[in-house]
Ligand binder design. Structure first.
Ligand code: FDP
Length: 337
């Protein structure tokens, strides 16, 4: 009998236990972050269950509304947003919420306010909902650094000021990947326990990868450096093997694979979308935070992604993120352009 393996199986590190352990390193901590995170986890479990039942419960399909990005909202998007907003407000630990689905920020009423601001995309990759392909929730957390009336300025801050970021992927398994600024840790939902269990401690992205991930259908509109980079991936001239192309079209799934296997994910600017497609606050920043914490890099085509200072809550930015060496290559191409 393998006692070591057995001990491992019976000593379950749940996400709550993990965060409480982290918290005990800060004697002044009053548990606010643990409470906030438990509400985010509840939202993720709810969405996971809704996604799994979507076909049966007839949750797929349009909800008959268009969100502020001009995209048709799906029923699951609407449901996920409602769940997260309510869970975050009822945590009593938030003051400002920014959701991809809501045009305006939500300001929590004074009696329920707390010291955190949360930016999130409740259900990212919505074009993949109806065919059952992996989708996810992305979130980033800032602290409120004053006791005055909160404003959108409290979230219009560079990503390097986030105190935590993560995503939950609703895929073949449900996985929550989190960083509180001390590395990146992955937790898999055990459906029989209803608990996220630490399965991927201290994730480090390979320094170089052999996969590139991009919507190549936009190639005719790319700028010079992106075109050259993708050409290099396919036809390397330095004797290295060509990279494989993988593109799910759900940022969470594409970034998750990139984090575990290495390589690069790119959603560049193009002639039609000069600022790219992905949103700074709740897509670019959380994923860039995780990439850097895992030893990778995230670049906008001009600068380190986490140094951007957004002016609007739904601002977009081009993004290149992944393995350190792969992002170095695209940085070099932009530097010489
Ligand atoms: P979606 O439009 O399906 O919600 O931010 C939205 C997003 O998906 C990302 O998850 C994904 O990486 C990207 O857009 C896909 O865009 P393209 O369809 O233009 O490739």
């Amino acid at each position: 009998m393998d006692h070591a393996a057995d001990a491992h199986r019976t000593d379950l590190m749940t996400i709550t236990r993990f965060v409480l352990n982290e918290q005990s390193k800060y004697p002044e901590s009053r548990g606010d972050f643990t409470i906030l995170l438990s509400h985010i986890v509840l939202g993720c479990k709810f969405v996971c269950s809704a996604v799994n039942k979507a076909g049966l419960a007839k949750l797929i399909g349009l909800a008959g509304e268009t969100n502020i990005q001009g995209e048709e909202q799906k029923k699951l998007d609407v449901l996920s947003n409602d769940v997260f907003v309510k869970a975050l407000v009822s945590s009593g630990r938030t003051s400002v919420l920014v959701s991809e689905e809501d045009e305006e920020a939500t300001f929590v009423e004074p009696s329920k306010r707390g010291k955190y601001c949360v930016v999130f995309d409740p259900l990212d990759g919505s074009s993949n909902i109806d065919c059952g392909v992996s989708i996810g929730t992305i979130f980033g957390i800032y602290t409120l650094d004053h006791t005055n009336e909160p404003t959108t300025e409290d979230v219009l801050k560079p990503g390097n000021e986030m105190v935590a970021a993560g995503y939950c992927m609703y895929g073949s398994s449900c996985m929550l990947v989190l960083s509180t600024g001390t590395g990146v840790h992955g937790f898999t939902l055990d459906p029989s326990l209803g608990e996220f269990i630490l399965t991927h401690p201290d994730i480090k992205i390979p320094k170089k990868g052999n996969i590139y991930s991009v919507n190549e259908g936009n190639a005719q509109n790319w700028d010079g450096p992106t075109t050259k980079y993708v050409e290099k991936c396919k036809f390397p001239k330095d004797g290295s093997p060509a990279k494989s192309l993988r593109y799910v079209g759900s940022m969470v799934a594409d970034v998750h694979r990139t984090l575990l296997y290495g390589g690069i994910f790119l959603y560049p600017a193009d002639k039609k979308s000069p600022n790219g497609k992905l949103r700074v606050l709740y897509e670019v920043f959380p994923m860039s935070f995780l990439m850097e914490q895992a030893g990778g890099q995230a670049f906008t085509g001009q600068k380190r992604a986490l140094d951007l200072v957004p002016e609007k809550i739904h601002e977009r930015s081009p993004i290149f993120l992944g393995s350190y060496d792969d992002v170095e290559e695209i940085k070099a191409l932009y530097a010489e352009a």
